[in-house]
Write a protein that binds this ligand. Structure first.
Ligand code: ADP
Length: 399
């Protein structure tokens, strides 16, 4: 169910990352002490010496392969590049070149030498440097991917935690709304009942004083206002039931025309405005929850009355199209701009003009109507043009 508890006239920035997330990321992005580059220089030195010893032993045992003297040094370069990066590896290349020149290439056994072996030395320096850079880059890319993966994991974990908290908050909010709307309705219904009783008694009394005469319109106001509060409480209660998935329909075959006729009569009486009902003479049967469907029709008609001028008509038309029964409620009011049309069915949405007017409402009616109609396997949509009015259409499967 798509009910968003969000007001669309406020800009909604991206939510900030959950707290605690940055700490986890910086912790996993920090290299361990043995991975720092100074360790590369420290470890590189003995490894190069080991490579030299290995090389001298190689020459001793395999003199026939002594024309190729550098594999052990290259191995050290690769190891240092993979663990500590390009700089310590290039240091190893330089150090190895010096040792190679001094101990290996020199015809006298020791001492710096510039001669035939220089080609082998240059080849070693070039290939060692290329290997150092390539291996270090590859390792860097692997580590970056690892950090990114850990970042994603930490972020997902933090989001999951936030989601749990949000769900708990949401449940608490629904519970709160449900209790408030229920507790609000009971006293308000009593107030309305007493006002009605008092009004009836006053109207039966003859010879009322001028003060008692003024009480009648005030009692009428009390009934009107308590009526608004009851509608709001009902809407809040329904919303919480929709959120918790507890809105169960009690469906039975109903005549849609009869439901609409009763609502039209009520709304005419409450508003004192004429409402035109155009319906076929034969019943239009639907499988529906009487109370809920009345709610939908009431909401659409009361909105049509609420958002149009007193002297404009409201039309309620019923008919059947193929496998469907169709109800349309038309008003000739201000209409709804196109950019607002997609939002009017969202919970708590009220157009800026509705917010700034004295018309009561929470912006829940249409969201609840849509949910009820969809639970009846039907559709609810609107067509509207600014300045010309709006048409709300309900389509339900025919019985
Ligand atoms: P409410 O009427 O309590 O504000 P609704 O959910 O019934 O809440 O309607 C949502 C919004 O859609 C209204 O605030 C209003 O801006 C707009 N709206 C609904 N019906 C009409 C209508 N017939 N004409 C113009 N605007 C309408």
């Amino acid at each position: 169910m798509n009910i968003h508890t969000q007001c669309y006239d406020q800009s909604s920035p991206q939510p900030p990352p959950p707290s605690g997330w940055e700490k986890k990321i910086s912790a996993c992005a920090q290299p361990r002490w043995w991975h720092r580059s100074w360790m590369g220089y420290l470890v590189g030195l003995p490894l190069v010496v080991l490579a030299l010893l290995g090389d001298l032993l190689w020459e001793y045992w395999l003199p026939q392969l002594s024309y190729f003297r550098t594999p052990l040094f290259l191995l050290v370069v690769v190891v240092v590049a993979l663990f500590w990066g390009a700089r310590p590896a290039l240091f190893v290349v330089a150090l190895s070149a010096l040792l190679l020149d001094y101990f290996v290439l020199s015809p006298s056994g020791t001492g710096f030498y510039i001669g035939d072996g220089i080609v082998q030395l240059i080849t070693f320096i070039v290939s060692g440097s290329v290997l150092a850079v390539l291996a270090a880059q590859r390792e860097m890319a692997r580590r970056r991917a690892l950090v990114a993966e850990r970042e994603a994991q930490a972020y997902a974990q933090a989001l999951q935690q936030k989601n749990i908290e949000l769900e708990q908050g949401n449940r608490l909010k629904d519970r709160f709304l449900s209790v408030v709307s229920h507790e609000l309705k009971t006293p308000v219904t009593s107030i309305s009942g007493y006002a009605q009783l008092l009004s009836r008694r006053l109207s039966k009394q003859a010879g009322l004083s001028p003060e008692q005469d003024t009480a009648q319109p005030l009692l009428e106001k009390i009934r009107e206002q308590t009526g608004h509060i009851t509608v709001l409480a009902d809407e809040l209660f329904d919303l919480t039931r929709i959120h918790s998935g507890n809105m169960r329909l009690r469906c039975a075959p109903r005549d849609f025309i009869e439901i609409c006729r009763r609502v039209v009569e009520d709304q005419q009486q409450i508003s004192g405005r004429p409402i035109e009902l155009l319906a076929p003479s034969t019943p239009l049967l639907v499988n529906a929850d009487d109370e809920r469907l009345r709610r939908v029709v009431t909401n659409l008609i009361s909105n049509a009355l609420k958002y149009s001028a007193e002297d404009t008509p409201v039309e309620v038309r019923l008919g059947s199209e193929g496998e469907h029964v169709v109800l349309s409620v038309r008003d000739f009011g201000q209409g709804i701009p196109e950019y607002q049309q997609e939002h009017v069915f969202e919970a708590f949405y009220r157009s800026p003009s509705a917010q700034n007017s004295s018309r009561p409402g929470l912006g829940l009616g249409l969201a609840i109507c849509k949910e009820i109609v969809e639970q009846h396997q039907g559709r609810l949509w609107l067509e509207s043009e600014v300045g010309k009015g709006s048409l709300f259409v309900v389509e339900l499967p025919k019985l």
